[in-house]
Design a protein around this ligand. Structure first.
Ligand code: SF4
Length: 225
């Protein structure tokens, strides 16, 4: 076991007799569990816009995020742990992104790479752009930049590893007794509709109908007079 791996998993609370050092490690379930996950994060292979070019570059030989245990990008959400949202999230794409997120098994993580994925970027408030992917899926790490450099992406991935290091098997959502509900897939019509907002949309529509009926009744009374 090399020095770096040893440092990540060992617990310093107990002394190991000198004759067993190098052969025995004492650690906690949390540490070994987190070490296993943080050292084998497989990203889902997809990109949305210019930021994806930087992500591809980070996976290639010069930067090579396999050095962090992110060995291979998986083309199937069922084999992926990490969704890197690299690029502009359009209203046309968000239903597919949410569907892919739902298809990823727990534990799963999301990195918003770049200004567009984090908040809409230069296209914020555009007619076809979602102002941040976190409106639909939970984001663990945001990486600023337009586009972020490969170094920035690597920094974001290391930040994610540090976040994983702090998780406890007792508190993680995928082991809680309550079922984890899938995120409702947004509907794309003339605009994108978030099904979680259905009650509010219905209420507002009813108010508008009520108001227009009142106005119509008022107009009819004036005409009769
Ligand atoms: S943040 Fe900049 S580089 Fe990245 S997708 Fe948006 S416009 Fe392109």
């Amino acid at each position: 076991m090399n020095e770096m791996k040893q440092k990540n998993i060992e617990s310093t609370k107990f002394d190991i007799p000198p004759e067993l050092q190098g052969q025995v490690e004492i650690t906690t379930i949390d540490k070994i569990y987190n070490w296993g996950r943080r050292s084998s994060i497989w990203p889902l292979m997809f990109g949305l816009a210019c930021c994806a070019i930087e992500m591809i570059c980070t996976a290639a030989s010069r930067y090579d995020f396999a050095r962090f245990g992110m060995e291979i990008m998986r083309p199937s959400p069922r084999q992926a742990d990490l969704m890197i949202v690299a690029g502009t999230v359009t209203k046309k794409m968000i239903p597919q992104i949410v569907r892919l997120y739902n298809q990823m098994p727990e534990p799963k993580y999301v990195v918003a790479m770049g200004a567009c994925a984090s908040g809409g970027g230069p296209f914020k408030e555009g007619y076809n752009v979602v102002s941040g992917v976190d409106r639909y899926v939970p984001v663990d790490v945001y990486i600023p930049g337009c586009p972020p450099t490969p170094q920035a992406l690597i920094h974001g991935l290391i930040t994610l590893q540090r976040k994983i290091d702090t998780q406890s098997i007792k508190k993680v959502r995928w082991y809680s007794k309550e079922p984890i509900d899938a995120i409702p897939v947004p509907l794309l019509g003339p605009d994108v509709v978030d099904p979680r907002q259905n009650a509010i949309i219905r209420e507002q529509a009813e108010k508008i109908i009520e108001q227009s009926e009142t106005n119509a009744a008022g107009t009819a009374q004036v005409e009769q007079a």
